[in-house]
Write a protein that binds this ligand. Structure first.
Ligand SMILES: NC(=O)C1=CN([C@@H]2O[C@H](COP(=O)(O)OP(=O)(O)OC[C@H]3O[C@@H](n4cnc5c(N)ncnc54)[C@H](OP(=O)(O)O)[C@@H]3O)[C@@H](O)[C@H]2O)C=CC1
Ligand SMILES: CC(=O)N[C@@H](CCC(=O)OP(=O)(O)O)C(=O)O
Length: 341
């Protein structure tokens, strides 16, 4: 079986990574790639690495594209997904949205952080959160998948099992994350040009970043509490791709390194895309570069009684395109790792 996949926003960074994965995927066929600026151009004009692939960018014309695909992956700037998702869903296409548009369950939180009413709150209820290690069963039947964000993926995977097992307190958690510059998209904008971000490491959005409610939402589900309040401190790091999140949590009484290791082994021992390092080690973006893996290291500091975990992903793979394809593989009953190893 070949799933016919349309990629909306294929000329961006997430789009490029989707094409890299989908072109080697045994059970997927790229049915359409969209870009307004490059419509009519062969894919190699924008990405020479795909020279030889018989793909030409087209306008994001939903009706024309819906008739020739089974799945649509939306790699568009946030705020646009609803206008594409509704007609695609009506045409029976499975939709995998890489943007943030359907990730928050609460329309009120969406309004607070995205400064607009959600255009289709009923779709927030319908969407399944696209983080396979947490929602695999629901993904098997999902029509609309809200792929987890990049910072949230790196934050939720290492914390959820510890919160669920009661090894750490849900109060007072601090997540400090560093992202490569491709996280900001393929655009020309002063803070992201080479002289500005090279040889520089800088925090931004230290209060109220738009990924904060997404991380809190999923941590609260894991902890079994109605709401959580954490600090999320993103940084722009002078590298192209990769995210490292360092997460500091209060250990609950009786928490030991051994227990943390056991909980991780139970949660992720059979997961193909989560690597738990031996106790005392820290994760490194170098070892997840261009992979769909989340690498997690864990430590316990007896001096302050804090659990300190580090977690690395490639923002474009496990943080975006790889995650979307992993969700698509699950939804279509394919080998979950197809195209991703
Ligand atoms: N970069 C990352 O690490 C991650 C990104 N994401 C999310 O994935 C989405 C894509 O990100 P990224 O690839 O970085 O973004 P880019 O800016 O690199 O690419 C955006 C793509 O969308 C197209 N596009 C832009 N505006 C419109 C429009 N109004 N209508 C139709 N198409 C449009 C662009 O092509 P054209 O303008 O030619 O139409 C381009 O192909 C975003 O929502 C982002 O937040 C999620 C996780 C990680
Ligand atoms: C470095 C950088 O600018 N990162 C982006 C987040 C990356 C991203 O694409 O966010 P989504 O996962 O919500 O789509 C930011 O801070 O807004």
């Amino acid at each position: 079986m070949k799933v016919r996949v349309a990629v909306f926003g294929a000329s961006g960074y997430a789009g490029e990574e989707l094409l890299r994965i989908l072109l080697r995927h045994k059970n997927a066929e790229v049915a359409a790639i969209t870009s307004r600026k490059s419509a009519g151009e062969p894919v190699s004009t924008v990405f020479p690495r795909f020279t030889g692939a018989p793909l030409v960018f087209c306008e994001p014309d939903v009706e024309a594209i819906a008739s020739k695909c089974d799945a649509a992956i939306l790699a568009l700037p946030h705020g646009l997904a609803t206008e594409y998702a509704i007609p695609l869903l009506n045409a029976g296409i499975k939709v995998f949205d890489i943007s943030a548009d359907f990730r928050l369950r609460s329309p009120e939180k969406y309004k607070e952080y995205y400064k607009a009413d959600h255009p289709a709150p009923e779709l927030l209820r319908k969407a399944v959160y696209g983080l396979p290690e947490r929602y695999r069963e629901q993904l098997r039947t999902a029509d609309l998948v809200a792929c987890a964000g990049c910072y949230p993926t790196s934050s939720i995977l290492p914390t959820a099992p510890l919160l669920a097992a009661g090894l750490v307190s849900p109060k007072g958690i601090v997540v400090a994350s560093c992202s490569g510059v491709t996280g900001a998209g393929r655009k020309v904008d002063l803070p992201y040009i080479f002289p500005e971000c090279n040889e520089s490491l800088k925090a931004y959005g230290v209060v109220g970043h738009r990924h904060l409610p997404e991380i809190e939402q999923e941590m609260a589900v894991a902890a079994g509490v109605p709401e959580m309040a954490i600090n999320f401190i993103p940084h722009l790091a002078p590298m192209n791709r990769g995210i490292n999140s360092t997460i500091v949590m209060d250990a609950m009484p009786g928490t030991t390194l051994e227990k943390i290791g056991e909980v991780y082994a139970q949660a992720y021992g059979s997961e193909q895309f989560v690597r738990i390092l031996p106790p005392g080690r820290t994760s490194d973006t170098k070892y997840v570069f261009m992979t769909n893996t989340c690498e997690i290291g864990y430590n316990l500091d007896p001096h302050t009684n804090k659990v300190i975990v580090t977690s690395c992903i490639d923002n474009l793979t496990k943080g975006a395109a790889g995650q979307a394809v992993q969700c698509m593989n699950i939804r279509f009953g394919l080998d979950e790792a197809e195209g991703l190893l």
